[in-house]
Design a protein around this ligand. Structure first.
Ligand code: GDG
Length: 459
């Protein structure tokens, strides 16, 4: 078996990788560690030297080589801020109203993919298998093939793949589809995403089924499958179970018998936070007997702060928090805590364990790992309740959650009511079923299944 080469937009360099890293980075690092490999990507830095001339930053840690490059300000703006995060991200999350399309950004996106492929190409060895991650790198395989690569090339999309009608709003969608078929294996979070991708191709060109479950289109042969990403439940349980820091003890006392709702995600419009605030307000309005006995804590660290839509949502949340607390709060009770801060992962998992209800209601989400982490962090003898949007990929697996439409405030308010009154027996039953799923569909299983398939089809 050859080396595994992982390519992702952002690379976690050794000194900041495992400590405090999320499950995905750890899962990929474990794979690289086991079989030896290379991790290639952007180091998060802006350079003044043009990309072609800049030497790679190479670091070795045990049997993993890290090869990182920086980007010029112009490349960063066009490829990352504009095309990736102001075209693909909103469109793939069904927010066409937030797409700001510019042809220059599309060209910049292609250019950076070509630049990265040209930088990786000389580092590749004959038997390497390459696994590329996420929406920043849709054309990466095609660019690597142009450099003469014959390697097995796999791709995993962490975000949803939209329905064809939504995709077609992007002026370059035909080219995007064609370029994506240069991968040998394309993995999606859910069957719905995989089907949407195939439907989009079939709408544009002839899609032929070939042997071993593969497809042919645009002169390429490729495989498509869903691989729902998971977590490592044991490591989360260990983080959550540890003794409470003194600060948390105080919070517990302060809460008394109040029901504690938690939500946590990057501050992103796809996560449905303003809609959730309004649903919580509906709950307070419709069920006034709960006022004073409930508290909703929203953790939302800033993300992509340079993009205008992210600045707008941040202001919106600040305004809404003030309005809701101003309207319903009392001298001794604050209904909504909004924390625009990044929390330490260990502390976060303990907070998850302490809280009674997780309110996770994205408008669209590829998977949503927070929902899975919340469940793994619970005490199985007295677990909290998960309220989950049916538009998160995780809803396909976590059918025992209270599934809601995040656009329906009344339905979300009702789910909060149900969660506050759910019997312990019922909570245990639902939690056990979902944990059974999570303990099978782990992050390890996710990457092993993907890589097994990639190896199989490359033989
Ligand atoms: C993309 C897709 C897909 C959040 N706040 C803090 C913090 N987090 C951690 C969570 C979790 C991770 O970040 C977020 O993962 P999600 O899956 O929930 O969402 P995205 O960031 O949008 O990820 C998503 C995922 O890729 C994987 O394929 O599931 O659909 O959008 O691990 O715990 N961690 C810390 N402090 C915080 O304040 N330490």
């Amino acid at each position: 078996m050859g080396r595994l080469v992982v390519v992702s937009n952002r690379i976690a360099l050794p000194d900041n990788s495992k400590n405090g890293a999320g499950g995905l980075a750890v899962g990929l690092l474990d794979a690289l560690q086991e079989q030896g490999g290379l991790w290639f990507g952007w180091n998060g830095e802006i350079s003044k030297i043009t990309g072609e001339e800049e030497p790679l930053q190479i670091e070795q840690d045990k049997n993993i080589t890290y090869a990182a490059c920086s980007l010029t300000q112009n490349d960063y703006d066009l490829y990352y801020s504009q095309f990736s995060n102001t075209v693909i991200w909103p469109a793939f999350h069904y927010r066409l109203d937030l797409v700001e399309y510019q042809r220059e950004a599309w060209e910049g996106y292609l250019h950076v993919n070509q630049l990265l492929a040209a930088k990786l190409s000389p580092l590749l060895q004959q038997n390497d298998v390459v696994w590329v991650h996420d929406y920043h790198l849709l054309p990466f395989a095609a660019a690597l093939r142009e450099q003469g690569s014959q390697h097995p090339l796999g791709f995993f999309l962490h975000i949803p793949f939209p329905a064809p009608e939504v995709l077609m709003a992007l002026p370059d969608y035909q080219e995007i589809l064609r370029l994506m078929t240069a991968y040998n294996l394309l993995g999606f979070q859910t069957e719905r995403d995989a089907k949407a991708f195939l439907a989009a191709i079939a709408h544009e060109t002839e899609l032929v089924t070939v042997e071993k479950g593969g497809y042919q289109a645009y002169g390429n042969t490729f495989h498509v499958h869903d691989y729902p990403i998971g977590i490592d439940p044991d490591s989360i349980r260990k983080l959550a179970e540890g003794p409470l820091p003194p600060k948390m003890q105080a919070i517990r006392q302060e809460l008394g018998d109040a029901k504690n709702i938690i939500a946590c995600e990057r501050l992103d419009y796809s996560k449905g936070i303003p809609e959730r605030f309004l649903a919580y307000e509906s709950f307070l309005e419709k069920y006034p007997e709960h006022r004073g006995n409930i508290r909703y804590t929203q953790i939302a660290p800033t993300s992509r702060g340079e993009v205008q839509a992210y600045q707008a949502i941040r202001h919106q949340l600040e305004t809404e928090t003030g309005r809701i607390n101003g309207k319903y709060g009392t001298m001794s009770w604050t209904p909504l805590y909004y924390l625009n801060q990044h929390f330490d992962r260990r502390l976060l998992m303990k907070i998850f364990r302490l809280t009674d209800i997780a309110l996770i209601t994205p408008l669209r989400d590829g998977m949503n790992l927070v929902a899975k982490e919340y469940l793994a962090a619970q005490d199985p003898t007295d677990p909290g309740v998960l309220i989950l949007s049916k538009f998160a990929g995780a809803a396909c697996e976590l059918t025992e959650a209270l599934l809601v439409n995040p656009y329906d405030r009344d339905e979300v308010a009702k789910a909060i009511l149900n969660a506050t009154t759910m019997s312990k027996e019922e909570r245990i039953r639902r939690h056990a079923i979902m944990m059974d799923t999570l303990s099978h569909q782990t992050i390890t299983r996710w990457r092993e299944t993907f890589l097994d398939d990639l190896y199989k089809i490359s033989q």
